[in-house]
Design a protein around this ligand. Structure first.
Ligand code: ZN
Length: 539
């Protein structure tokens, strides 16, 4: 009953102009009718004859006024894509948010606190006013915010931080004000409201005292701070901000207690998370039940939930185009490759060039298999794409957040594999090695200059010292060490490929014939020769 009264009150507040106009019109019509009845018949007829014209003129002028009003109001404000979303319409459950279990766990806790708010109120506890979601894009921040709204059952206002950043001074601040006014009313009538500001870093950047556009951002941010402080515990408004940037990029004032003091961190899903996400999206399409989801998840290292959704959708498109009944591993692998490696483009290669490329890629493939402690080869291809004639696609078996000496050494050796294969087979090499050399050189350089992984045992990060302060002899010695690392790797790879020449020839031949080799096909050939990957050989 109470809520109904509040809704009526809000309705009256919102529509009083309309109600006043209707009342005034009714009074005028009544007066006119009374007046008419008192007139002589001639005058009455003349008044009636004038009436249609009068009405027409009024309608036209009314339409013009309305048009000007609307175009001024909405031309200016129309860009504001503020959305009010009813909790029943959002309808995202926590069980729908998958692969980011830790963030969901924290969101559950927050939701529980929001629901128990009245209890907390009685106990005099501390309210949650602002929640900051921090993490890379595509990890489901918006989705989780919607889930919080659904689970707490209050309306949800959603805006993007960039909408507050305008050229005109004061517009951003006034939009903030409007949004909070709306939220307060919604909270008043619905018992609560959640405001979601995506890309809050667009507003909440560390305040810069510059002459350019900085001032406007400052005004907007100040307004946001004022509103945040104005949200009293009782009004039951919660602001959720989301940012891709690290917290350090946000103005410290935003992070102070009582503002965005509650944080939910998002990270890329791990292998289990990715498996769950694949399972979820694959359950929504027609997929071959034999698809090895575990393998897919391992293959998709570093992919966000949004990426995985995209991969599954893309694979459905590929399957349709190939007139397949079901989505199989092949389509999923092609879709993943498309975002990873770019589109294939058919280009005429001479037989000689194709042979060269085949040996080059076979070299990468074999060095990865035999010398890399952590990576699996998923695919080798000599179909040109982007700037390369061929590619070997390998992925770490597990996520690593740092690399040890063996790892870095392996990366260099794998990079040199293409060059060595060309050299071993043809005696001469191509310019196709330049990007590989770039990778190898960068690793070797950093090993010596930054990571203390050089052969001499010298440690320290020499890049922190300005180059002009380093003596020539130190630079010379460091560069010499870099070269030693490259030479050592070159020797190791040459020994390997010479020893396994028969296998190298075989892979080159298969690539020339089939152009692409998938994980299973590669694995089969190695097994045929009784070979095992590095990590099995050395474990
Ligand atoms: Zn290469």
């Amino acid at each position: 009953m109470n809520r109904l009264l509040r809704k009526i009150k809000i309705f009256l507040e919102d529509h009083w102009i309309l109600l006043a106009i209707i009342l005034a019109a009714a009074i005028l019509i009544m007066l006119s009718a009374i007046g008419m009845s008192k007139l002589e018949s001639y005058a009455r007829i003349s008044a009636l004859a004038n009436m249609p014209l009068t009405i027409l003129v009024m309608l036209i002028s009314g339409a013009i006024t309305a048009f000007i009003y609307v175009s001024v109001m909405f031309g200016y404000m129309g860009k504001m894509k503020q959305q009010k979303v009813d909790p029943r319409q959002v309808d995202v459950k926590f069980s729908d948010v998958i692969g980011i279990d830790q963030a969901v766990e924290e969101a559950r806790e927050v939701t529980q606190l929001l629901i128990d708010r009245s209890r907390l109120n009685k106990m005099g506890g501390h309210f949650i006013k602002g929640i900051l979601m921090v993490g890379p894009p595509g990890c489901g921040k918006t989705y989780l915010a919607k889930a919080i709204a659904t689970e707490t059952g209050v309306p949800f206002l959603s805006m993007s931080g960039s909408e507050f950043v305008e050229m005109f001074v004061g517009v951003g601040a006034s939009r903030i004000r409007k949004m909070f006014t709306k939220a307060r009313r919604l909270a008043y009538s619905h018992g609560g409201c959640i405001i979601f500001i995506d890309e809050i870093d667009a507003v909440g950047r560390v305040r810069a005292f510059s002459f350019g556009g900085g001032q406007e951002t400052n005004n907007t941010l100040n307004q946001l701070l004022v509103e945040l402080d104005g949200v009293a515990g009782r009004s039951n408004i919660v602001i959720i901000g989301a940012t891709n940037a690290a917290e350090g990029h946000l103005d410290p004032a935003l992070l102070r207690p009582g503002r965005f003091d509650r944080k939910i961190y998002f990270s890329l899903p791990d292998v289990d998370g990715r498996e769950k996400i694949f399972r979820y999206y694959l359950s929504k399409v027609k997929a071959d039940p034999n698809v090895d989801i575990g393998k897919l998840a391992r293959q998709a290292v570093g992919k966000t939930p949004a990426d995985i959704e995209y991969i599954v959708k893309e694979s459905a498109l590929i399957a349709t185009r190939n007139k397949k009944e079901f989505i199989a591993h092949k389509e999923l692998s092609d879709a993943m490759e498309r975002i990873e490696l770019g589109l294939k483009h058919r280009m005429k290669m001479t037989t000689k060039e194709k042979e060269m490329t085949a040996y080059h890629e076979a070299g990468h493939l074999m060095t990865t298999y035999f010398l890399h402690p952590y990576n699996d080869v998923f695919k080798a291809s000599i179909i040109p794409r982007n700037n390369s004639l061929g590619v070997v696609h390998s992925q770490p078996r597990e996520e690593f957040h740092s690399q040890n000496l063996n790892h870095v050494f392996a990366q260099i050796k794998v990079s040199l594999g293409g060059y060595v294969a060309e050299k071993v087979q043809f005696g001469i090499t191509t310019t196709g090695v330049s990007s590989d050399f770039k990778v190898a050189m960068a690793y070797a350089h950093r090993m010596v200059w930054q990571f203390g992984m050089g052969i001499s045992g010298r440690i320290g990060d020499y890049t922190t010292i300005p180059p002009e302060q380093l003596s020539e002899s130190v630079k010379e010695r460091l560069n010499e060490e870099t070269n030693q690392i490259l030479q050592k790797c070159l020797t190791d790879v040459t020994t390997l490929l010479k020893k396994e020449k028969i296998l190298l020839d075989r892979f080159a031949k298969e690539l020339i014939e089939r152009e692409e080799l998938e994980y299973d096909e590669i694995e089969k050939i190695f097994t045929e020769y009784g070979k095992k990957p590095f990590f099995l050989e050395n474990s």
